[in-house]
Design a protein around this ligand. Structure first.
Ligand SMILES: [Zn+2]
Length: 875
């Protein structure tokens, strides 16, 4: 699965409860599944036969089932059919079958007739509506919702084959995991029965159905037919997706050394979808925004997202679908791998997107999630559906990807690839654990993978590596120490017991603009000495920027390094260094001024993503650390810093300009307008927003988002109404999303109140409720207001988002940097339990606490630094 918005994340003990696992007395081998939706009554009827292998004689069987009503249940074995007595346990989401005569070991089958509800919760078999108001039904089963559509052994290790049959309206297209083998009229007038070929062996969470009016584009890669399905009127927005899907599939055929293991591949764009995308075997479902692009009207950032989401899901067809984690405690292996692979694959045909720099940015963010006391190890026990769902976080995805990237860099890409191939071949159509992967990688590479990886997989958090270096006899003596990094100063100061085996790549320079030495070593002790050839003035500890750790330096060494920033360090290394210095600032190892000094030295920075790392931190400081007394001085200082770059970039997009430059323009103009409150970008954006509302083509797609965000800041009700009207009119997912989120960026509380009301109004798609409310919560002008709204409408919000997505809102409270709001959040959730966001809540409270502490620590320091460095009192 791919999540929707980048979340900050993760864990610990969670709610105490007994493991909700099925007893192991029988194993499913094959399902015969018939489903008939009734759109008028918003229900469905189903018939399921599960062939099982009974392990020892028994009179009882337990399967998963939730919100299903059973008409009949029976057990047959050796030609003998017994009616079963059925007991449902809604809390455990199980159905227990009891028969009079024991069923002997060997083959048997369970048979059920039942009905269920086509729900509105975006999980199980749920209902959506296309823009014409026509209903469709579609599945979202990961992690534990297949049981809402059919009784099953709903655990990833129970793989089986499926014969699926659907009875639908004649005008409905029916899509499932396998190819259609027959499509016949009946049984009633206006209906047809669609029968699918036997599927490959798969876990229940990967079963998929989509039933509704869809159209498609078709292509192929290496002989595998690929279709992009959309609701009517949108198929032309699937052109770019088809191209990226073809390239992805061909790339993975080569990379994995196993031909695509299924017979066809469908990618289905849905107007109602809770996640970003879902890797159902050969029938991948997507939120429209993550699949469809309006030709010629999309930003490069959005096309990157579409290409990467597609690559992520297609990578899962091998890593996740063909070979599946044995249990959810290894979810990170699925998600970390697919996240790591999405950039690697797309970079092979889009090197100009420089995705390695986006990855470096992402790792800086992930390290901050992992710096919370309530983070969790990659390998994390999870038993209840709520605990499992909470694992879909930045640790499983972001840290998983970063740790695999570090390992690939340590072993070399070829050895790493060979190890992956060995692992996939050995476990194809089966299940595996993370240690199975280490075994394969250690075997192929003959390197201590099985020593390194457990330290990153079993332990929570990440190390800070403190580097000191001195020069003697033409050699550089480097000492490195490691300690778990906490964002909380007191926790960091107290130190920890954790010890990692860290592959570290060192690089040294002597301010001549050339590197002196570069060498990779394994840091395995708490403190360890190394030698580099030649005399370096500075030594940095993340050469190549592939390490999953934070580096820290002595102030003099850092000053020397900043002389060589743009010559000896590459852009990815500069991004990671900015993150490292920020981490040192957070725990008081270095004053905030060191970060601002480093920022001042980057005024001519040519790399867009480096500027993005910088501006993101400047925005954080402006939103949270500046107070009313020094706000104007800070704004003035940021204006002085960014105006030269902004003037050079201007607002006009030149023909043939690179995507990187376009993205950088948007970022710089936005920060200048938002954080520095410079009037110029604001006026320009207001002008362009008006033009775009008349004619969307009037503004370059790279600027559309920031133009609306800036215009909204001081926008009035007239602008609000126009944005809302245009949002309701457009059928382009990217434009819709930009306009919707702009409604959360207004400064006028009355208008923000309207946005909050809109988020739970009838007709507003529930998939957008959590992200829209969360967006108001990240707008400093709307925080108090949004929190009051959330606390007074919690039940409606939970209902509209199926419970699961409310964790997006709990997480967004972590953006508050105010002790009063923190107390209100804490108090509220002590009364209103959010079981799918227990850890998320603890993390949000911790982030608020850390931010409030940092604000207090820097209060007088900010004022004196700004006076000294030309912030003055503003203009
Ligand atoms: Zn995924």
């Amino acid at each position: 699965m791919r999540r929707v918005w980048v979340l900050v994340a993760v864990v610990s003990l969670g709610i105490f409860c007994a493991a909700q696992r099925l007893p192991e007395e029988a194993v499913p081998t094959h399902y015969r599944l018939s489903i008939a939706p009734n759109f008028n009554s918003e229900s469905f009827s189903g018939e399921t036969t599960i062939d099982i292998e009974v392990k020892s004689a028994t009179t009882e069987f337990v399967v998963n089932a939730a919100e299903l009503t059973f008409q009949e249940a029976s057990v047959s074995s050796g030609g003998h059919v017994q009616k079963a007595q059925l007991t449902l346990d809604p809390k455990q989401e199980t159905a227990r079958l009891r028969v009079a005569t024991p069923v002997p070991p060997g083959p048997a089958s369970l048979h059920f007739r039942y009905s269920g509800k086509l729900n509105h919760e975006l999980r199980g078999l749920y209902l959506g509506k296309d823009p014409d108001g026509r209903k469709y039904a579609v599945t979202q089963f990961e992690a534990t919702d297949a049981r809402r559509a059919f009784p099953c052994f709903d655990e990833p290790a129970y793989k089986a084959t499926f014969d699926i049959t659907v009875t639908a309206r004649k005008s409905d297209t029916v899509i499932s995991n396998a190819k259609v083998v027959s499509d016949t009229a009946g049984p009633r007038p206006g209906q047809h029965v669609v029968r699918f070929a036997r599927s490959a062996k798969m876990s229940s969470y990967l079963v998929a159905l989509a039933i509704g009016k869809f159209e498609f584009l078709q292509g192929a890669a290496d002989g595998i037919p690929i279709r992009i399905y959309t609701v009517p009127g949108k198929k032309d927005m699937g052109r770019a997706a088809l191209d990226h899907a073809e390239r992805s599939l061909a790339y993975f055929n080569r990379y994995f050394g196993i031909p695509y293991p299924f017979e066809k591949l469908d990618l289905i764009g849905l107007p109602d979808f809770s996640a970003g995308a879902m890797e159902n075997t050969a029938a991948i479902t997507f939120r429209e925004r993550d699949l469809l692009l309006e030709p010629g009207r999309s930003s490069a950032e959005n096309e990157k997202n579409v290409a990467q989401t597609i690559a992520h899901e297609i990578a899962h067809q091998w890593f996740g679908d063909l070979v599946t984690m044995r249990w959810w405690d290894d979810l990170w292996l699925n998600e970390g791998f697919a996240t790591w692979m999405e950039s690697k694959a797309v970079a092979s045909w889009k090197p100009e997107w420089k995705l390695e720099l986006d990855d470096a940015l992402a790792v800086n963010g992930t390290l901050m999630s992992d710096a919370l006391a309530d983070t969790h190890p990659l390998h994390q026990a999870a038993d209840t559906p709520e605990q499992i769902n909470e694992l879909f976080d930045n640790i499983s995805y972001g840290k998983g990807a970063a740790v695999l990237r570090m390992l690939e860099s340590y072993l070399g890409p070829d050895k790493f690839q060979s190890g992956i191939q060995v692992y996939l071949k050995k476990h194809a159509y089966g299940n595996a654990t993370s240690s199975d992967l280490w075994k394969a990688l250690a075997e192929v590479s003959q390197q201590p993978v099985d020593k390194i990886m457990p330290t990153f997989v079993q332990q929570a958090g990440a190390p800070m590596i403190v580097v000191t270096a001195r020069c003697a006899q033409m050699q550089t003596y480097v000492q490195m120490g490691q300690q778990r990094f906490f964002e909380d100063r007191a926790l960091f100061g107290a130190g920890g017991e954790e010890l990692w085996q860290v592959p570290v790549c060192l690089k040294s320079g002597d301010n001549s603009g050339k590197k002196v030495a570069e060498q990779c070593v394994l840091l395995s002790e708490r403190s360890q000495d190394f030698k580099l050839p030649g005399c370096g003035f500075w030594t940095m500890a993340n050469a190549g920027a592939n390490g999953y750790y934070i580096s820290a330096y002595e102030p003099t060494s850092l000053r020397d390094m900043s002389q060589d920033l743009e010559t000896v360090l590459n852009p990815a290394e500069r991004i990671r260094l900015l993150g490292d210095v920020w981490a040192s600032v957070r725990v008081g190892r270095q004053p905030l001024g060191d970060f601002l000094d480093l920022a001042s030295g980057l005024q001519k920075e040519p790399s867009g993503p480096v500027v993005e790392q910088l501006t993101a931190t400047l925005e954080y400081i402006g939103d949270n650390l500046v107070n009313d007394r020094n706000r104007v001085a800070y704004q003035h200082w940021v204006q002085n810093l960014l105006r030269p770059i902004a003037n050079e970039l201007g607002w006009k997009v030149a023909p043939g300009e690179s995507d990187e430059r376009k993205t950088m323009r948007a970022q710089v103009q936005y920060t200048l307008g938002y954080t520095a409150r410079d009037p110029e970008p604001y006026w320009e954006a207001s002008k362009l927003a008006k033009a775009a509302l008349e004619n969307p083509a009037a503004v370059d797609p790279s600027l559309t988002e920031i133009v609306f965000d800036l215009a909204a800041m001081r926008g009035d009700a007239a602008l609000y109404d126009k944005i809302l009207a245009r949002m309701k009119q457009t059928n382009a997912p990217e434009e819709y999303s930009i306009l919707m989120l702009a409604l959360a960026r207004f400064g006028d509380p009355k208008l923000l109140e309207r946005t909050l009301q809109l988020s739970i109004s009838p007709g507003f798609r529930s998939q957008d409720t959590p992200p829209l409310i969360a967006a108001v919560m990240t707008n400093p002008a709307g925080q108090q207001l949004a929190w009051e709204f959330v606390s007074s409408h919690w039940d409606e919000i939970e209902k509209s988002s199926g419970g699961f997505n409310s964790s997006t809102i709990v997480q967004a409270t972590g953006n508050f940097c105010d002790s009063g709001l923190r107390d209100q959040v804490s108090e509220f959730f002590s009364q209103h339990k959010a079981p799918a966001a227990e850890r998320t809540l603890r993390q949000a409270l911790e982030r608020m606490r850390n931010c409030v502490a940092m604000k207090a620590q820097n209060k007088s320091y900010m004022a004196s630094w700004l006076t000294e460095h030309g912030g003055g009192s503003g203009r």
